[in-house]
Design a protein around this ligand. Structure first.
Ligand code: FES
Length: 85
């Protein structure tokens, strides 16, 4: 598990091993766009403020991976991710 912090609201969420970031945020009532939910379409692209992402998508270029994360599939390598949400 790891945590996700939303930079704009300051809310912090624990992401369990069996749920995606997208699922956890939706369960908390957030409205977020998605389509494929398998890391290929690019719809759920979210700006990453800080943290060590574990990119599991096929949508982002190497260059984009520094500052973005696909929240339907990707996770954190450790600790916490701060998202620009
Ligand atoms: Fe398609 Fe996340 S919803 S990449």
């Amino acid at each position: 598990p790891f945590t996700v912090e939303l930079a704009k609201s300051g809310e912090i969420f624990e992401i369990p091993v069996d749920k995606s970031i997208l699922e956890v945020l939706r369960e908390a009532g957030k409205t977020l766009p998605s389509s494929c939910e398998s890391g290929t379409c690019g719809t759920c692209k979210t700006r990453l403020v800080s943290g060590e992402p574990d990119h599991r998508d096929l949508a982002l270029s190497e260059q984009e991976k520094a500052r973005n994360i696909m929240i339907c599939v990707s996770r954190a390598k450790s600790g916490a991710l701060v998202l620009d949400l």
